[in-house]
Structure formats: C-alpha cells, structure tokens
Design a binder for this molecule. Structure first.
Ligand SMILES: Nc1ncnc2c1ncn2[C@@H]1O[C@H](COP(=O)(O)OP(=O)(O)OP(=O)(O)O)[C@@H](O)[C@H]1O
Ligand SMILES: O=P(O)(O)OC[C@H]1O[C@H](OP(=O)(O)OP(=O)(O)O)[C@H](O)[C@@H]1O
Length: 229
C-alpha cells in the first residue's frame, strides 16, 4: 500500500497546495476529466493523492484513512476537539491566511469589545424577548471563545456560506466568520470587535497519529519528510 496524502480537490487551496509541493520536487496533478476526482503524484515513490473537500480532511486524518493532509487550521480545530491527540502539525504552508473573527453591525457605535457585546446581548434579550443571534459555521470554536470571554446571552445560528449576508437578511445580529482582506465585512457594513479575533488560520500540512504505517509506507514517509521539511 502507499502513503495517502489528502489535498483539497478544488479552488485556490488546491492550486496553491500543488504549487507548494511542486517547489519541493513533488508534482501533484488531477487526472482524468475536469469533473473526475482522481490524482497522480510524481517525483516521489510510494505516495498516492486523495482529493477531497478541505472540510473533510480533519475527519479522514482522525480516522486514519489518510496519513497526511492539507487543510486550514480553522477547519482542523473546529472539527476535532482534541486534535493534538490525533494529529501532528508538519508545516504551515504560508498561504490561505485568514482570521476567524467576531463582527457586529458598524452602526452599533457602543459595541467595540466583547464586554460591550455582553452588555448589548443582555439588553437585546430584554428588549426583543429572544437572544442575540450569531451566524457561523464554526460552532465549537465560537462557543469556546465566547465562554472564555464571558459572553453568555446569545444563540448560534448555522450559516454554511455567505455568512456576512445574514445580518442584512435579518436572520442574525452578528457573525463569526473567516476574513482575509476585510472586504466582505466592509461591504456588508460589519466591523470586527477589537478583541474579536478567535483564531488565526492558514493552510497547513498535517500528519495523522492514528493511521497505521506499513514498513514501505514508513519509508515513503521518511522520503516525503526529507523533501518537504
Ligand atoms: N478569503 C479567504 N482567504 C484565505 N483563505 C480563506 C478564505 N476563505 C476561506 N479560507 C480558508 O480556506 C479553507 C477552505 O475554506 P472553505 O470554506 O472553502 O472550505 P470548505 O467549504 O469546507 O471546502 P469545500 O467547499 O471543498 O467543502 C479554510 O481553511 C479557510 O480558512
Ligand atoms: O475578507 P475577505 O477577503 O473579503 O474574505 C472573506 C470571505 O472569504 C470567504 O468566503 P468564500 O469566498 O470562501 O465564500 P463562502 O463564504 O461562501 O464560503 C469567507 O467566508 C468570507 O466570506
């Protein structure tokens, strides 16, 4: 069997991951038709490519179905509560940098910090009869962050995309999402709280601590680590 390397199957994360490995002598490519999720590895023996969603890489690493994988720190920490027990970080890749942040409407001039948000949330509940809604797909990380920050009077609403639009659509009062340039926040009249950075993320190469390695896979891993670290 070969060492299995899981890489995002599309978009900027796939392209930049392919470039990163190319610079280290490992040529990754998609094979077959545009729509077929098949891949090839050249420049190193005994390694095979598994193309999958960035969001599924953590689960596959934790299940030991792939030995190595590339995905963002945000997705890994959100999906795997005790990730350090299951996964080792091999190398940050220097792209896919984005911050998971908490943002509120720019018009909320009295809300600049988590303490302000806590006060606003209590007032919001008293006034509206339901808790302030925060839209996000990062439920676990946001809950942990708000617990540590002493904010209690809120509820999370799930948003799997276009999260910044939920405030305008009146399905949430605040959002917790990834930002890179800040353009999307600005365009949607939202502002970051001054102490509202939940996590700084970037694309990272990870190794499963759970996967079993045959003798030939272990040799392939050594060759792989020589090239990439
Ligand atoms: N604007 C951005 N700039 C840089 N990195 C970003 C940006 N938006 C998202 N990312 C990062 O890209 C990675 C993939 O995010 P994305 O939301 O596309 O994943 P996904 O939706 O789970 O993947 P898929 O669409 O394949 O299911 C995450 O680690 C995220 O932090
Ligand atoms: O700060 P910016 O540079 O504007 O980038 C932030 C946006 O990028 C990501 O969205 P993506 O384009 O991946 O779409 P999605 O929200 O539908 O996942 C993220 O969810 C933000 O919406």
């Amino acid at each position: 069997m070969s060492l299995k390397l899981g890489v995002p199957s599309k978009g900027r994360l796939m392209d930049k991951t392919f470039d990163w490995f190319e610079k280290r002598g490992i040529h990754l490519s998609r094979t077959g038709s545009d729509r077929e999720y098949a891949g090839a590895v050249e420049g190193i023996d005994g390694v095979s490519l598994v193309l999958l969603s960035a969001g599924e890489v953590p689960r596959e690493l934790a299940a030991g179905r792939i030995h190595l994988g590339v995905t963002g720190t945000d997705l890994l920490q959100e999906r795997l509560p005790l990730w350090e027990q299951q996964i080792d970080e091999i190398a940050p890749l220097g792209f896919g940098q984005a911050d998971l942040i908490l943002a509120v409407p720019r018009a909320w001039v009295d809300v600049e910090t988590l303490d302000d948000l806590d006060a606003a949330a209590a007032a919001f509940r008293a006034h509206h009869g339901h808790r302030l809604r925060i839209a996000t797909k990062y439920h676990r990380l946001v809950r942990e962050f708000l617990r540590a920050g002493g904010v209690a009077d809120y509820m999370l609403v799930d948003s799997q995309g276009a999260t910044e639009g939920t405030v305008k659509n009146e399905t949430a009062e605040a959002v917790a999402d990834i930002t890179s340039t800040g353009e999307t926040l600005r365009a949607n009249h939202l502002k970051l709280l001054s102490d509202g950075v939940i996590l700084r993320s970037q694309a990272t190469l990870w190794r499963s601590r759970v996967a079993s390695f045959s003798a030939s896979e272990r040799e392939a891993l050594e060759r792989f680590l020589d090239l990439v670290t």
